[in-house]
Design a protein. Structure first.
Length: 95
């Protein structure tokens, strides 16, 4: 199953309501799981991004949950496809 790394920043709305962030994450996790996406971990971070989320699931389900999250207006995200060492070995095997 594909792994994705999502980097998120609070919008002004999300920052104003930052105290609700853990509860919003729980709602995100429930919606993600209902869509077939497993949340492997979440981290609230310091630096360029406010939240990092690692998920696993089909690309279409990942996109669906990303769009639903964007529509709520609390975060802006950038999602990256991640590859494990085993996946990378296969990708570079014929180079």
């Amino acid at each position: 199953m594909p792994t994705f790394v999502t980097l998120a920043n609070f919008t002004d709305q999300g920052a104003r309501n930052v105290k609700d962030s853990p509860q919003r994450f729980e709602a995100f996790k429930s919606a993600a799981e209902a869509a077939g996406v497993k949340v492997q971990s979440v981290h609230w971070t310091q630096g360029a991004y406010d939240i990092v989320i690692i998920t696993e699931g089909p690309e279409e389900a990942q996109m669906t949950i990303a769009l639903k999250t964007a529509a709520l207006g609390n975060v802006r995200t950038q999602t990256l496809r991640g590859y494990s060492a085993a996946e990378m070995r296969k990708l570079v095997a014929n180079i």
